[in-house]
Ligand binder design. Structure first.
Ligand code: ADP
Ligand code: MG
Length: 703
């Protein structure tokens, strides 16, 4: 039965004229369109400018996008099984081109069989000496209309399944066209405050919704697009900024003094002079922990910039004030390295350090937990086992998370339950945070940066070589070893198959042994599945210079420090992501000698693989690499963005629309400054809208 609702936009989609229950079901299932309102927010993904049509004869470049008008003069279905395809010869006044479909064949065939003029849009490629377009967009042009004078035509995405069931992009367009006149301005009230709309020159919402679907011209479309992107990003940002505001207001422990632990260590045991950046960060943290509020700070510093010592000094500060502190790492190996490193630094100091991870079991675990609860352990180092609810501290005041990119936002929040007040939180990452992520995934944190590397670091030459050069690469490593240096050889982790992973490593190890025979060279192998003692023994052999080569999986990605190593050879480098490659490269260049990072790949690389290698060879700054990484992978792939909701945006792109995001963030901050709870009449609509959204939990806690 038709249910009357006050707002037409809440009407279930099947009640739209021409829709019906079956199509309604398809839209719900495939496009998540449940209501009229959802359909309105199903925005065109591009516009066809009817005034710009190319001639087939003018096609010049592989990969070029073209829009053509013409007829299909011949088509046929050829091949079997996976090679089965529909090919069609498309002709305009200037020439002809081949169109190919491997999927959606029956849909395309039906359309082509109707005959007449078609509009074709797609990417051309050169195949066997002639141009072709695979899976072009194909649209039948209607005779009666003057096709050359239609201006911008919206294009909606659909998929093959929907197309075969009759839900073509064209039908979607018709549906929206039918819906729009029924929508009144009061159905689309503008929830952005008027002063914001004025300040940022935003057209009103009702107007924008009309123009985004059927723009009168390019300018109107741009304005609508800007307004709707702004709105989307604004709603996202106001939630993040509110979270940050809440953090800033939440009460936190007061670290009033710098005491003996800190001072003793600083004066007597600090192995080197801190860099100015390190000193600044400690100063910032000192201010945070004296403010009476809970600290939530992100410390970003490139690989090797010296974050560990900063973490240690902050933990000593916590102890000085009668609190416990913990340091959490994403893997067992890293956690153990931290333990070893910190125990070494603290060997002359009366600080009790404990360790906890999944591998600490039974009686040992029980003892640790008891000592922790009794307050006998002052610094606890470990993995995410630390956040389990069975781990109870006597009085935790500071939690440090190393390598944040592997910890989720939710895990971070777990830490807050560990004491009567939430402990101060310091998140450390070697992956520089591009500006866009600083405003999304990390938008609720204060940010500190260590820009300088400790003195004495040498530049690293990065070289890309293929399999063909393997022997020469090995010879090069030999000459480095003859000069007293050491080398890492790293194999990729194949995530789908742990077994394959080690086969890879072991066969690599055998291959390396052929180049570096036992009687002259010592090779240490290290990986995550080794018994801890064996791994530690091999690691120590390399650290002490007894082994010439370390053959390893990515366990050495973070944390290992051997200044004498001058070569990092990365096998199958194309299998690694940019940030991982950068981390690995950071293992060399730590001593007095010139260092090399060699990326060994197969000859044939994907476009993105080639781009990653090129980036590594050309860029040394972790920041530039992180930006490039984001660009190549897209935000959806980056951990943390998904939880932050940034990947759900319909129109805006958190990378390309960075300037709009910055403006919308400023707008959100401006509003929250004068009305943090959004209780003013001007903000009632906005508040109402926010409360409707599942991702805006935060507003529901306010009275
Ligand atoms: P990361 O920031 O990658 O965690 P680490 O804390 O592991 O870096 O530091 C890398 C190396 O640099 C370590 O060997 C550390 O002892 C050294 N180091 C850190 N700070 C300084 C400094 N100010 N001067 C000289 N060496 C430093
Ligand atoms: Mg580190």
């Amino acid at each position: 039965m038709f249910k009357h609702t006050s707002n037409i936009l809440q009407t279930p989609i099947e009640y739209l004229k021409g829709m019906g229950p079956q199509r309604g079901e398809l839209l719900r299932k495939h496009l998540s369109i449940f209501t009229f309102g959802d359909l309105l927010q199903f925005y065109p993904y591009r516009y066809v400018d009817r005034s710009s049509i190319q001639q087939i004869r003018q096609i010049q470049q592989d990969g070029q996008f073209v829009q053509l008008i013409g007829r299909i003069v011949f088509f046929d279905i050829v091949g079997q099984g996976r090679a089965r395809r529909l090919t069609a010869t498309f002709k305009d006044a200037s020439g002809q081109i081949e169109l190919v479909w491997f999927q959606g064949i029956s849909w395309a065939e039906k359309l082509i069989a109707e005959g007449g003029n078609f509009l074709v849009f797609g990417k051309v490629s050169l195949f066997n000496g002639s141009w072709n377009i695979s899976h072009p967009e194909l649209e039948k042009l209607e005779k009666e209309k003057n096709e050359t004078n239609l201006g911008l035509m919206p294009m909606y995405s659909s998929n093959e399944k929907l197309k075969t069931r009759g839900i073509t992009p064209k039908l979607i367009s018709k549906m929206i066209q039918g819906l729009l006149p029924q929508v009144k301005p009061t159905d689309l009230p503008d929830f952005l405050p008027e002063n914001i709309c004025t300040k940022y020159h935003l057209c009103d919402r009702f107007n924008a919704m009309q123009q985004i679907h059927f723009p009168v011209n390019q300018n109107a479309m741009q304005q609508a697009l800007y307004r709707l992107k702004f709105e989307e990003l604004f709603m996202h940002q106001i939630g993040i900024c509110k979270l940050k505001l809440n953090h800033q207001k939440s009460r936190g422990f007061y670290f009033e003094k710098v005491g003996d632990y800190f001072n003793q260590f600083y004066k007597n045991h600090l192995p080197f002079e801190l860099t100015d950046d390190q000193k600044n960060v400690i100063r910032e943290i000192r201010l945070d922990t004296q403010s009476g509020h809970q600290m939530n700070r992100l410390l970003q510093g490139d690989v090797g910039s010296g974050k560990t010592i900063v973490a240690l000094l902050c933990m000593l500060l916590a102890i000085d004030n009668g609190f416990q502190a913990c340091l959490m790492a994403p893997t067992e190996i890293l956690a153990q390295q931290h333990l070893v490193g910190i125990q070494e630094l603290l060997q002359e100091m009366p600080v009790r350090v404990g360790f906890l991870s999944g591998s600490v079991k039974g009686k040992d675990r029980k003892i640790i937990l008891q000592q922790l609860e009794a307050g006998e352990i002052q610094i606890l180092i470990g993995t995410h086992a630390l956040i389990e609810s069975t781990v109870v501290f006597k009085n935790i005041g500071l939690s440090i998370i190393d390598e944040q990119h592997r910890f989720g936002v939710a895990q971070r929040a777990q830490l807050w339950k560990k004491n009567v007040l939430p402990p101060h939180v310091l998140v450390m990452t070697a992956t520089p945070i591009p500006r866009t992520l600083a405003m999304t995934s990390y938008g609720d944190l204060e940010i500190s940066v260590i820009k300088q590397l400790p003195p004495g670091r040498k530049p690293i030459s990065t070289i890309h070589r293929t399999e063909m050069h393997r022997a020469r690469v090995m010879d090069f490593i030999k000459t480095e070893i003859q000069q007293g240096r050491q080398a890492y050889i790293v194999y990729p982790l194949i995530e789908e198959s742990e077994k394959l992973d080690y086969e890879n490593l072991y066969s690599g190890y055998e291959q390396v042994k052929q180049f570096f025979p036992d009687h002259t060279y010592k090779i240490a192998m290290v990986h995550g599945k080794q018994p801890i003692e064996e791994r530690e023994q091999n690691m120590q052999a390399f650290i002490k210079g007894k082994a010439h080569i370390m053959v390893a999986t990515t366990v050495i990605e973070v944390g290992v420090n051997v200044p004498n190593a001058s070569v990092m050879l990365i096998e199958s480098a194309e299998r690694f992501g940019l940030s991982q490659l950068h981390q690995l490269r950071g293992r060399v260049g730590r001593g007095a000698d010139k260092s090399y990072c060699i990326l060994l790949t197969t000859l044939k690389l994907s476009v993105s693989g080639r781009e990653r290698m090129r980036t590594m060879v050309e860029e040394t700054s972790g920041f530039a690499i992180a930006e490039k990484d984001l660009e190549l992978r897209g935000p959806g792939d980056i951990e943390g963005t998904r939880q932050s909701g940034a990947a759900d945006l319909k129109l805006a792109d958190i990378i390309k629309d960075l300037p709009i995001m910055e403006q919308s963030r400023q707008a959100a901050i401006d509003i929250l400054l004068i009305d943090p709870e959004l209780t003013k009449p001007d903000h009632a609509l906005l508040r109402y809208q926010l409360l409707q959204r599942p991702d805006q939990e935060i507003w529901r806690h306010i009275s």
